[in-house]
Design a protein around this ligand. Structure first.
Ligand SMILES: Nc1nc2c(ncn2[C@@H]2O[C@H](COP(=O)(O)OP(=O)(O)OP(=O)(O)O)[C@@H](O)[C@H]2O)c(=O)[nH]1
Ligand SMILES: [Mg+2]
Ligand SMILES: [Zn+2]
Length: 358
């Protein structure tokens, strides 16, 4: 498959110049699992790992390739494997704070402890589908979190409410979502009952990359399989059966749609901590920010101050308490993480300065 069909563009061509005099090939990461990668390179699938030098120069999780990334690779002659020597700067990345394993504590409803790090879940994407099912999984504050991360990534989000076949009241769900989503498209579908599935046609365009995010069991893989048709299903989803006959996706994987669109199916996210700038929160909560700007005092704490627009809106019901609390929650979390984020940045710069001197 040609590079241009995989989303390659002039900007990547420019970034590739850095490596042009070397004998490297370019490839797109279609699967990554524990630092082992599957790449699509000139129509061939290669198994690859990063070189020793690459590892030596990389300190953060985000320095390593993720699904959707473009990398430069040296292919072993006559084999379907190679070594990754570089990562082309990303156009965008959907990231979250890496879930902390071990030593985690919850304080004020916030997870603390462990190494604070950013985790790239998918790179170089054109559309982020946020999937939620209209059953017990439905949760507005979770949608608000996904939206903040999508805004941070700078990619158009689209909300998919799946399993409409299990509710008689889809309008209620849609209107709740619309209240927090503004101009973000919202589509109610059923992948198993084939309801409104043609809404995906607008997004499935040649050379574009779309990604599905959402909790486990909301139907991301079922939607992906529907879109790919029987042919796609044969290209083996990487899934593990959990003993109940259900297949839980264990690794993100890029699949290829007949239109030439690339679909990334991801494993369900149990945790979605914010690792982003305040501006992403502000963009998501522009209704709250607009009110804050109307407060009489610049440093209004929205508590007992005279002329507080937030207080007034909460009293009149123009602003719901849940919405305001979501805003405060996210704002607090981003602020809390921003200190760790800055410290990680300092560490990283030190590491790089040392490396440059060598
Ligand atoms: N009723 C109903 N069930 C659905 C629909 N779409 C998917 N399901 C069911 O939901 C269950 C989970 O679907 P999956 O596609 O595996 O969910 P997933 O989001 O990929 O889950 P993970 O891979 O664990 O993240 C399966 O039993 C599907 O048959 C739908 O539109 N309606
Ligand atoms: Mg799945
Ligand atoms: Zn105020």
């Amino acid at each position: 498959m040609e590079k241009s069909k995989l989303g390659w563009n002039e900007s990547f061509e420019e970034k590739y110049m850095l490596y042009k005099d070397k004998d490297f090939l370019v490839a797109r990461v279609i699967c990554s699992e524990r630092y082992k990668y599957k790449l699509l390179c000139n129509g061939e699938i290669l198994n690859a790992e990063v070189s020793g030098r690459y590892r030596y120069k990389s300190q953060r999780h985000r320095d390593y390739p993720s699904v959707g990334d473009w990398v430069v690779v040296a292919k072993f002659i006559g084999e379907t494997s190679g070594v990754i020597h570089g990562l082309l700067e990303r156009e965008n990345a959907f990231t979250r704070k890496m879930p902390v394993s071990g030593g985690r504590k919850i304080r004020d409803g916030r997870i603390i402890g462990g190494t604070p790090e950013e985790q790239v879940l998918a790179a170089n994407v054109d559309t982020v589908f946020i999937v939620m099912s209209v059953d017990g999984n439905f949760n507005i504050s979770r949608i608000e979190r996904y939206l903040t991360l999508a805004y941070n990534c700078g990619v158009t989000p689209v909300i998919i409410l799946n399993k409409v076949d299990v509710t008689d009241n889809i309008e209620k769900y849609i209107s709740e979502v619309r209240e927090v989503a503004f101009d973000v498209p919202v589509h109610a579908v059923s992948a198993t009952s084939d309801i409104n599935m043609d809404c995906f046609n607008t997004y499935m365009l040649s050379g574009k990359t779309v990604v599905f995010f959402g909790s486990s069991g909301v139907g991301k893989s079922t939607i992906t399989n529907y879109l790919l048709g029987t042919e796609g299903q044969k290209t083996s989803m990487i899934s593990t059966s959990n003993g109940k006959g259900r297949h839980t996706t264990s690794t993100s994987q890029m699949l290829f749609h007949k239109t030439g669109c690339m679909i990334i199916d991801t494993p369900g996210l149990r945790e979605l901590q914010l690792w982003c700038d305040e501006s992403a929160v502000d963009k998501n909560f522009r209704d709250v920010v607009e009110l804050i700007e109307k407060c009489k005092y610049r440093d209004c704490k929205h508590d007992t101050e005279i002329g507080c627009a937030i207080k007034k809106a909460l009293e009149s019901g123009d602003l719901s308490r849940n919405r305001y609390e979501s805003y405060l929650d996210q704002y607090g979390e981003v602020n809390y993480n921003s200190k760790a984020k800055r410290m990680a940045e300092v560490q990283y710069n030190k590491f790089y300065t040392r490396l440059d001197k060598k």
